[in-house]
Ligand binder design. Structure first.
Ligand SMILES: Nc1nc2c(ncn2[C@@H]2O[C@H](COP(=O)(O)OP(=O)(O)OP(=O)(O)O)[C@@H](O)[C@H]2O)c(=O)[nH]1
Length: 336
C-alpha cells in the first residue's frame, strides 16, 4: 500500500525505511542510534560524576566472593589517593580506616548481609595523615553465587567538626572554659548509675570563694573574673584527667571525682584549697591580692543514694565550713 510506512513512525527517513535494496540504510540507522546512545551514556556519566563531585558523594561496589572493589572517582578524592597508582580492594580500604573504627566496619558488613543494608559513620586516615569522617550507606544484593555490596560514601568532616564544636559549647562554661552545671549533673547521674551497679567509690567537692563580694567591691569585677579564670586553669592543669571540674554558676564550683573515696576526696579538696591560697592575683590598678575557698566534700554512700542527697550533704558541709571560719574543708561524717 502506497505510504503505509508512515503508519508506524520509527524515526527513519522514507528512503531509509524503503532501503536502497542493499540493507545499507538500516545499518546506517542502527549505527546512528548506537552513536546517539553512546553520547547519551557519556553525557549521563559526566552528569553523574559532576553531581557526585558537588555532593562530595562517591559510590562503590564490592564483591564479597572475590573481594574486588570498584571506586568511583570521588572516592579517590575523599581518600586522598591517586587512581593511577592506587588499586582499591577490601584490604586496601581497611588499611585506611581509623583503627578504632575497623570493628564497626566489619559488623556493618555483617549487618548488611543480614538486614539488606547498612548506614554508618567512620573515620579514615589519608596517606598524608589527615583524618576525615565519612558517611556510608550500602545495600546488599545476592547475585548468582556472589554477594554484592553497593554503597555510597560522603565526606562529612566539616559537619562532624561543627557537631563536635556545638557539643563542646553546650557543655562548657563561657567565662572559665570549665564544664557547666548541665554537663556536671549529667555526669553525676551517670556516675551514680555506675556506683549502683558496680559499687565504685565516687565523691563530690563543692567549693565557693570566701568573701568574693569583697574582692569585687575592692578590686573591681574584672579582677573577680580573673580569679575565677585563673583558678579554673589551675583545676584543669592539676587535677586527674578523668576528674570533672565544673563551674555551677557565679563563684560556686564543683569537682566530680570518679574512682575516689571520701578520704581521697578530702585530699583533693585540700590540695585545691592550698593551690588557691598560694596564688597571687593582680587588679587592673596593679594591686596584688589573695583569695581563699571553702570546700564541702561528700561521697556516694548506701543503697538509697541519690544525686540530690549527695549534693545536699556536700552543700551542708560547705555551709558549715563558712559558718566555722571559711578557708577550710569539711567532709561527711559517717558512723560505719
Ligand atoms: N567577678 C565576678 N563576680 C561574680 C560572678 N558571679 C558571682 N559573682 C559575685 O560573687 C559574690 C558572691 O557573694 P556572696 O554570695 O555574698 O558570697 P561571698 O561574698 O563570697 O561570701 P561567702 O561565700 O560567705 O564567703 C557576689 O558579689 C556576686 O556578684 C562572676 O562571674 N564574676
Amino acid at each position: 500500500m502506497k505510504g503505509s510506512h508512515n503508519l508506524i513512525d520509527d524515526g527513519s527517513s522514507p528512503e531509509e525505511a524503503h532501503g536502497s535494496g542493499s540493507g545499507g540504510g538500516s545499518c546506517q540507522r542502527i549505527r546512528r542510534e548506537l552513536e546517539e546512545a553512546r553520547e547519551e551514556i557519556a553525557h549521563l556519566k559526566r552528569t553523574l560524576h559532576r553531581v557526585q563531585q558537588i555532593a562530595r558523594l562517591g559510590y562503590w561496589r564490592l564483591s564479597l566472593k572475590s573481594n574486588e572493589l570498584y571506586w568511583s572517582a570521588v572516592i579517590y578524592d575523599i581518600f586522598g589517593v591517586d587512581p593511577k597508582t592506587f588499586t582499591p580492594s577490601l584490604q586496601a580500604f581497611k588499611a585506611m580506616v581509623y583503627p578504632e573504627d575497623i570493628e564497626s566496619i566489619e559488623s556493618a558488613i555483617v549487618r548488611a548481609q543480614q538486614q539488606g543494608q547498612h548506614d554508618m559513620e567512620h573515620r579514615i586516615i589519608r596517606p598524608n595523615g589527615e583524618i576525615r569522617w565519612v558517611h556510608e550507606l550500602a545495600d546488599y544484593m545476592p547475585e548468582g553465587d556472589d554477594q554484592i555490596l553497593i554503597g555510597t560514601v560522603r565526606d562529612i568532616t566539616e559537619q562532624k567538626r561543627l557537631e563536635l564544636r556545638l557539643r563542646q559549647l553546650s557543655r562548657t562554661d563561657e567565662l572559665t572554659g570549665l564544664f557547666n552545671r548541665r554537663y556536671f549533673m549529667q555526669r553525676l547521674l551517670q556516675e551514680l548509675a555506675r556506683y549502683r551497679r558496680y559499687g565504685r567509690p565516687t565523691s563530690v567537692v563543692l567549693f565557693d570563694f570566701d568573701h568574693f563580694k569583697r574582692i569585687n567591691d575592692t578590686h573591681g569585677h574584672p579582677a573577680g573574673d580573673q580569679v575565677l579564670v585563673k583558678v579554673s586553669k589551675l583545676l584543669r592543669e592539676r587535677l586527674r584527667t578523668n576528674d570533672i571540674p565544673a563551674r555551677l554558676g557565679g563563684e560556686e564550683f564543683a569537682l566530680l571525682l570518679p574512682e575516689t573515696d571520701l578520704e581521697e576526696a578530702v585530699g583533693v579538696a585540700e590540695k585545691v584549697r592550698q593551690l588557691v591560697l598560694e596564688q597571687e592575683f593582680t587588679s587592673e590598678e596593679g594591686h596584688r591580692f589573695e583569695a581563699s575557698i571553702t570546700c564541702g566534700v561528700s561521697a556516694f554512700h548506701g543503697t538509697e543514694e541519690t544525686v540530690e542527697a549527695i549534693l545536699h550533704r556536700a552543700d551542708q558541709n560547705l555551709y558549715q565550713g563558712k559558718r566555722t571560719g571559711r578557708n577550710r574543708v569539711i567532709a561527711d561524717e559517717w558512723d560505719s
